[in-house]
Design a protein around this ligand. Structure first.
Ligand code: FAD
Length: 382
């Protein structure tokens, strides 16, 4: 069995696979992905709502989104694998002056970076999303380039494309230790043996902090449980309805199959790896949804699940080499926007790993920014 690689990626989620594909395309050398579960894509990626948007409040997140959206729009051309990006857009409903002010500021920044964002009236919202109650809406932002993608489809696309470029992937192989000699990473330990490499990449999603601890690197990522509920078939959700985000309540919803997917981030949840469902959490989602879409009164619940957000203190990703040990690279902490950012983040990370100047300035995503104490939070988080 081959045990010597140029790069080892820990984690076979959308991040690890997108990165492996880009590194392989850049002819980085022999790449191994190690995934602890039976299948790739069993982590946060499997729980994702599939939202893709560029409507963020910070320059770096808007730019990473634009880079990622360019990939989502041309995925088959780039990877050779089909996957549908359904550009129905995202609309953020604004019902108080404070959010109008902060979203208008973000809107101006998005426009200055070349995004086609629009400010909508309540009447425009009714036209785009007819079942949505609009009586309290002051304004709404809308970007037609945003939309929805099936995380499984894109992940499988990256998986097959990576394999065809020679990336090796071992599932049911948890990394239990990272080997370090003389301040440099030399490989990883697993129950089936050791694998050596001068480059170890932490793409372990909500588990990133635990992988960091294996080399004494502080990775500022905490896992937070987040839940989703889907409805049965509904005849009043148009195919073209955008992702709707009710900023005041935190509810987000979009068409899913023939019904509606509804989610919300409960900020009272304590960090932890528990992925069991809390029924009160689901009830809260349904109440918020009913308040915004009264016609849901007759809807039935089809499914529900819980997954983990991989959250950083400023809700921005971490991309870069750790200071603590040479050859240890971190890509994670996307704080609930890792599916939409993975294709862009993977391109930039590949540039960094190759020692090139990155096509986007991502100094705000550096792993050591927290100790330097310059935290600037992303505001447009869901
Ligand atoms: C309910 C919910 C809704 C979401 N909605 C959206 C959305 O609409 N849009 C969006 O962009 N994002 C969304 N997200 C966030 C998104 O799902 C994540 O940001 C993204 O999937 C992170 O991908 P990842 O590959 O970094 O992590 P993961 O998919 O978790 O992959 C990490 C992998 O590492 C593996 N691993 C961990 N430890 C080890 C180890 N020791 N050895 C080997 N393997 C290991 C895990 O098993 C896992 O497969 C949502 C998340 C949740 C929970």
């Amino acid at each position: 069995m081959k045990t010597n690689y140029d790069a080892i990626i820990i984690g076979g989620g959308i991040t690890g696979l997108a990165l492996a594909f880009n590194m392989a395309k850049a002819k980085f050398g022999d790449i191994l992905i190690l995934e602890k579960e039976l299948f790739v894509g069993s982590g946060a990626t499997a729980k994702c709502a599939g939202g893709i948007r560029a409507q963020f409040s910070s320059k770096v997140n808007i730019e990473v989104s634009i880079k990622a959206i360019e990939v989502f729009e041309h995925f088959e051309e780039i990877t050779g694998e089909p996957a549908l990006y359904d550009q129905v857009g995202y609309t953020f409903l604004l019902t108080d002056e404070t959010t109008v002010e902060s979203y208008t500021k973000a809107f101006e920044l998005q426009k200055s970076l070349g995004l086609d964002v629009r400010m909508l009236s309540p009447e425009d919202v009714s036209e785009l999303a007819p079942p949505v109650r609009t009586d309290d809406i002051i304004k709404a932002t809308f970007c037609p380039r945003d939309g929805l993608g099936d995380p499984h489809e894109f992940l499988q696309g990256y998986f097959r494309a990576s394999k065809s470029l020679g990336v090796e992937i071992l599932t049911e192989t948890p990394v239990t230790g990272v080997l370090v000699t003389g301040g440099k990473v030399t490989g990883v330990k697993t129950p089936t043996g050791e694998f050596s490499s001068p480059l170890v990449i932490n793409a372990a999603g909500p588990f990133a902090k635990l992988i960091g601890e294996m080399v004494g690197a502080k990775v500022h990522v905490e896992p937070y449980r987040r839940q989703i509920v889907t409805s049965g078939q509904l005849n009043f959700i148009p195919d073209t309805m955008p992702m709707v985000v009710d900023v005041s309540s935190g509810l987000y919803c979009h068409r899913e199959s023939k019904g509606l997917l509804m989610g919300w981030a409960d900020d009272s949840v304590e960090p932890g790896f528990d992925e069991s469902q809390d029924p009160d959490y689901n009830d809260n989602i349904l109440m918020k949804a009913l308040d915004r879409i009264p016609r849901l009164e007759t809807a039935e619940v089809a499914n529900s699940w819980a997954g983990l957000y991989e959250t950083t203190p400023d809700h921005n990703a971490i991309i870069g080499f750790a200071d603590e040990v040479a050859g240890f690279f971190i890509i994670g902490g996307f704080s609930g926007h890792g599916f939409m950012h993975a294709p862009g983040a993977a391109i930039i990370a590949t540039e960094m790993i190759a020692g090139q100047k990155t096509s986007i300035d991502i100094s705000r995503l550096a792993p050591n920014r927290f100790v330097e104490g310059s935290i600037e939070k992303e505001v447009n988080v869901i």
